[in-house]
Design a protein around this ligand. Structure first.
Ligand SMILES: Cc1cc2nc3c(=O)[nH]c(=O)nc-3n(C[C@H](O)[C@H](O)[C@H](O)COP(=O)(O)O)c2cc1C
Length: 254
């Protein structure tokens, strides 16, 4: 009874509207001090219906924050150890089929990061037709080299083979699934770096560089290089992102 009276009094003071606005504001500002959970008094209250139906979008906000950033630098607040730890945790928590954990990562900083991009530059020399074109390529690669570090994503092909043998029914899937697992891991790492104000872009100089990189960094022969995520401080904005029509892309069947 007392609670009902209190609720009526708060209603008359517009408290619930304030509560709703505040919680939306907290979500917008990504404040951690208020988690937007539904309070007991908001049930059966039409005024807060909109709030009850509001989906949490913190992860979506972070997904929007993750963009391809090409102007990268070394003005990063975090230490290499902190960044490496974040990357490792993200890869460990990304899902893999049968939890087979096929994704591997080599995280490069400092001279090792620079060495990778020197290898790419050297390797591309013979691939690019003219000196003029090579200069353009070199400028691009020097941009990657100017970043703070690179994650090289690998797939352990021994594990993929083992699962193909052990689970014959799904044998045809494990190669595809290892690629999908790569996507999970890469997206998680990329987004988590973005959350921490670190920009990144995703490159694919594999398989051109595979042999030189394997030798330079002592990579096991059964690790297959899948991508290079170049990361660092954000020195310039991402480009505009265009989207195809939702109608051509999604079907929602109710
Ligand atoms: C599987 C995959 C491969 C990609 N390969 C490259 C690449 O080789 N070089 C590059 O600059 N960007 C690459 N990207 C980045 C995309 O071009 C980029 O994500 C896309 O244009 C959307 O832009 P956004 O990342 O800013 O949202 C790749 C992205 C994915 C998911």
């Amino acid at each position: 009874m007392l609670l009902l009276k209190l609720r009526e009094r708060l209603l008359s003071l517009g408290f619930f509207e304030f509560h709703r606005l505040f919680s939306q504001f907290a979500l917008l500002t990504k404040s951690n001090c208020y988690n937007g959970s539904i309070p007991f008094w908001s049930f059966n209250n039409n005024m807060t219906k909109e709030f009850i139906l509001t989906m949490k979008e913190q992860l979506l906000d972070l997904a929007k924050k993750r963009r391809s950033i090409y102007a990268l630098g070394r003005n990063v607040d975090q230490t290499p150890d902190e960044i490496a730890s974040l990357i490792k945790e993200n890869i460990k928590w990304a899902p893999t089929p049968f939890n087979n954990q096929t994704t591997r990562a080599v995280i490069l900083f400092g001279a090792n990061h620079e060495k990778l991009w020197d290898i790419v530059a050297k390797r591309l020399k013979s691939e690019v037709p003219t000196e003029e074109a090579y200069q353009k390529t070199l400028n691009k690669i020097n941009g990657f080299k100017a970043a703070f570090g690179t994650v090289m994503f690998y797939t352990d092909t021994d594990v993929v083979r083992r699962f193909e043998n052990d689970f014959a029914l799904y044998a045809d899937n494990f190669a595809d699934w290892s690629e999908q697992a790569q996507g999970n891991a890469q997206f998680a790492v990329w987004t988590s770096l973005a959350e921490n104000g670190i920009g990144a872009n995703l490159q694919h100089y594999n398989p051109l560089i595979d042999d030189e990189v394997r030798e330079a960094f002592g990579i096991p022969a059964h690790w297959n290089l899948r991508a290079q995520l170049d990361f660092g401080s954000i020195e310039g904005p991402a480009g505009e992102k265009e989207f195809m029509d939702d109608a051509d892309r999604f079907k929602v069947l109710k």
